[in-house]
Design a protein around this ligand. Structure first.
Ligand code: PLP
Length: 399
């Protein structure tokens, strides 16, 4: 029997299809890598993955997960504070803190959960959290939740607008704690946060600076230590959140890195951790191996940067206008959502997997395809992808 809920949802889904914004899932049947096997399509070049360093299928990372499966079994069967804490969690958390340059860190099953934990746990009614307008959805929802749970004040500043931030901070002088949250790399633009300016303003107004480095960990800085290393500011960010699901092996998981007090307090009180199982030990072990790999192979980060520079130059030479930047996230704005989806499907027909993003993920009228480059792409992968992008771009009269 079809419920009224099902009928309403089906009608809306039908509308998504008519509007050309319905997302179809593509099933992969091989490890995440520059070239994957996609069900029904065969080999496809991936320009749409967060596997920035190519560690998802790195032998030492995979082997560490297998060894952990033998040593610790399939799962934790518990939350951290009951009996879900394994020795590998401690090793992973020490490695995360070492990597990003903080005194301590605490793992979560996702960075979504980590971002949900930070404002909702660390703030109270007397406090305020101020967020960049283009921050990731997990930060936005974490703040909404914090407001509902703690009754803290919230404010949003225009994207990367330091004078707007300063105005919001000035107006919040009476608050007990002022927390400013920004993405390190903004995932839809590929832009890097202006960390030196943000840190200076936060110092001026005694605010806590939180940076979500999900797209920057393993990517920015000579050693992939993130946005702080990029600006020579390791140790100067109060709290860093990041994911284990992108450059660091790409499985899943996230962490909060900060002072001992912050991490201990979150251990005591963060609801996503108190009431949900711990990160599976296999994933913790793979992530730990990924961090150790990164620590021994800074040349991967250099290769990533070189590949991103090469691809950006090729896009420009072909007549596209990617958003300017220096990260491996390279968006090309197309306008309407349907156009981005059309370009994405035409590329897939030519064996290149690039996702199109439209409203509400990005603002109305700014739909785009977003190319993501990996250190593991060969020049042949990038050249083949460029040939397809150029051909489709011509067909759609973009170049
Ligand atoms: C900036 C940012 N923060 C948080 C997340 C969520 O990370 P996770 O997949 O670990 O939940 C993402 C993932 O897309 C992200 O881009």
């Amino acid at each position: 029997m079809t419920s009224t809920l099902d009928s309403r949802l089906s009608a809306e889904l039908e509308q998504f299809r008519r509007d050309g914004v319905y997302k179809r899932l593509n099933f992969l049947d091989s490890p995440q890598a520059p070239r994957v096997t996609m069900e029904g399509r065969g080999e496809v070049i991936v320009l749409s993955s967060n596997n920035y360093l190519g560690l998802a299928n790195e032998p030492s990372v995979v082997a560490a997960g297998k060894a952990a499966l033998d040593r610790y079994g399939a799962g934790t069967a518990s939350v951290r504070f009951i009996c879900g804490t394994f020795t590998v969690h401690r090793s992973l958390e020490a490695a995360c803190a070492r990597l990003v340059g903080t005194a301590a860190s605490l793992s979560f099953v996702s960075c979504w959960n980590a971002n949900e934990a930070v404002p909702g746990t660390l703030l109270g009614e007397a406090d305020i959290v101020i967020s960049d307008q283009l921050n990731h959805a997990s930060i936005i929802d974490g703040i909404r939740l914090a407001k509902a749970i703690t009754k803290c004040q919230t404010a949003v500043y225009q994207h990367a607008d330091l004078s707007d931030l300063e105005e919001k901070l000035r107006a919040a002088r009476d608050r007990r704690t002022r927390m400013v949250i920004t993405d390190g790399i903004f995932s839809m633009e590929g832009a890097i946060a202006k960390l030196p300016d943000l840190a200076a303003i936060c110092r001026k107004y005694s605010a806590i600076l939180v940076v979500d480095d999900s797209h920057a960990t393993g990517v920015l800085g000579p050693n992939g230590r993130g946005t702080a290393e990029h600006f020579g500011m390791v140790g100067e960010v109060d709290i860093i959140t990041s994911t284990l699901g992108k450059a660091l092996g790409g499985a899943a998981g996230g962490f909060v890195a900060g002072s001992e007090a912050v991490c201990d307090y979150l251990t005591q009180r963060a609801r996503p951790q108190l009431f949900s199982n711990a990160l599976p030990p296999t994933v913790a072990a793979s992530s730990l191996a990924a961090i150790e790999f990164l620590e021994h192979h800074p040349e991967r980060v250099t290769a990533l940067r070189e590949n991103a520079r090469y691809f950006r130059e090729r896009l420009l030479a072909a007549g596209f206008k990617p958003l300017p930047g220096e990260t491996p996230i390279i968006p090309v704005i197309l306008g309407e959502t349907a156009k981005a989806i059309e370009m994405s499907s035409l590329l897939l027909e030519r064996g290149v997997f690039v996702t199109g993003f439209g409203f509400p993920v990005v603002p109305q009228g700014q739909a785009r395809i977003r190319c993501q480059i990996s250190a593991a792409h060969t020049r042949a992968d990038l050249d083949q992808a460029m040939d397809a992008i150029t051909a489709v771009g011509r067909k759609l009269a973009l170049v």
